[in-house]
Design a protein around this ligand. Structure first.
Ligand code: FE
Length: 186
């Protein structure tokens, strides 16, 4: 039997079955779950898990998947302006948690509570409008992104590996130790 045999009092036979946890052993090859309390709710805290990317931009890693080639992170920008122009090698799924931003290449605006899918191969330039003090967005980035100039010439790149390297360097520098980043790696 698993830890929690049942939740609540069943109202019928079917209900009793519905409330019964999976009874067989899990695969021995599963990687561990990642559970981060306060990941979204504790946005105001000056949490040291936020990693500075530049003076007004930081990110908080949630999953750094070096085995599958993607990363999930919260991106926080505390200054209006142009953030970056980049080309995606894979799809991106985003949910805006706070503030507002848009791409110079699109008419639509990503406001709080907006979901956005970004197509692999797309090139866009992220800007935060002048009247926004702070934006926080959850980005699930498959593959990586290549920073480019206005004519598509590469100037840099980002992927789960660069995110992990930045996380390790930051956590080491602030005394948490580089291995603090390991909890996000899968
Ligand atoms: Fe993008």
């Amino acid at each position: 039997m698993n830890v929690a045999t049942r939740v609540g009092a069943p109202e019928s036979e079917d209900d009793a079955i519905a409330r019964t946890p999976y009874q067989l052993p899990q695969s021995a090859d599963l990687v561990g779950d990642i559970v981060i309390p306060g990941a979204i709710g504790d946005l105001d805290g000056d949490d040291r898990t936020w990693i500075p990317q530049s003076e007004h931009v930081s990110f908080r890693p949630l999953v750094l998947s070096v085995s599958q080639g993607y990363y999930v992170n919260l991106l926080r920008v505390r200054k209006a302006g142009v953030l970056s122009r980049h080309r995606h090698t894979g799809p991106v799924h985003a949910v805006v948690l706070r503030g507002r931003w848009r791409y110079l290449e699109h008419d639509w605006v990503a406001e709080t509570n907006t979901f956005a899918f970004e197509a692999p191969g797309e090139v866009h330039t992220l800007v935060v409008p002048d009247d926004v003090d702070e934006m926080i967005t959850l980005f699930h980035v498959s593959g990586g992104l290549v920073y480019v100039d206005p004519f598509g010439r590469p100037t840099g790149y980002e992927d789960a590996h660069t995110k992990l390297a930045a996380a390790r360097a930051h956590y080491e520098a602030i005394g948490l130790g580089a291995s603090f980043a390991d909890q996000f790696v899968r």
